[in-house]
Design a protein around this ligand. Structure first.
Ligand SMILES: Cc1cc2nc3c(=O)[nH]c(=O)nc-3n(C[C@H](O)[C@H](O)[C@H](O)COP(=O)(O)OP(=O)(O)OC[C@H]3O[C@@H](n4cnc5c(N)ncnc54)[C@H](O)[C@@H]3O)c2cc1C
Length: 150
């Protein structure tokens, strides 16, 4: 489908104060915090469900503190495997050990766990953003094809 023939504005009723394009971890967390702050937010991503990708996600250190601060650590820890030691071994020799709390999780599971915590005020739209037009009063986000709004 070419963009020329299928550029459409978001459907009726999808006016929003803030559109977040990209619902990976960053966009999902941004939408969550903005939604909690009372903004009408629309989160737009190409994928309804984030596809499995090779990203070896290890959440540790200040990432844990930040998720705790925003109240999302429980959701992470439920979906992830917690471990407290990493041993780096090469040719049978221990290179180093790190002792600290870590969470191991597939990235798509992480995104799914965080998306599950999106506030009700955040509308999720599955679709590929193809254009953003700025205007004096209104901005318009166009997506390719028929968007799937939830
Ligand atoms: C192999 C590997 C291992 C890694 N290991 C770790 C680790 O252990 N710990 C760690 O903290 N980080 C790790 N990272 C980095 C981490 O995965 C990234 O920093 C993080 O995923 C970035 O998140 P993001 O939300 O910015 O981007 P993404 O998760 O890539 O999200 C971008 C989103 O935008 C959407 N999108 C793009 N274009 C459009 C469009 N036109 N319209 C609509 N939607 C669109 C995509 O569908 C996607 O969902 C690793 C990365 C890789 C590749």
């Amino acid at each position: 489908m070419t963009a020329e023939h299928s550029l459409r504005p978001l459907p009726e009723g999808t006016d929003t104060e803030i559109a977040v394009v990209g619902g990976g971890l960053s966009g999902t967390l941004a939408a969550t915090l903005l939604g909690r702050s009372g903004y009408r937010v629309t989160l737009i991503d190409r994928h309804h469900v984030f596809p499995r990708e090779f990203r070896v996600e290890k959440i540790a250190g200040d990432q844990i503190d930040k998720l705790r601060r925003i109240g999302l650590l429980d959701s992470l820890s439920t979906a992830a495997a917690a471990f407290d030691e990493i041993v780096n071994v090469r040719k049978g020799r221990v290179l180093d050990r790190t002792r600290a709390r870590h969470y191991g999780i597939f990235y798509d599971d992480l995104v799914a766990a965080m998306r599950a915590e999106l506030p009700k005020a955040v509308r999720f739209v599955a679709g590929r953003v193809s254009a953003v037009e700025a205007g004096p009063e209104r901005q318009r986000v166009s997506i390719i094809g028929q968007p799937d709004v939830t």
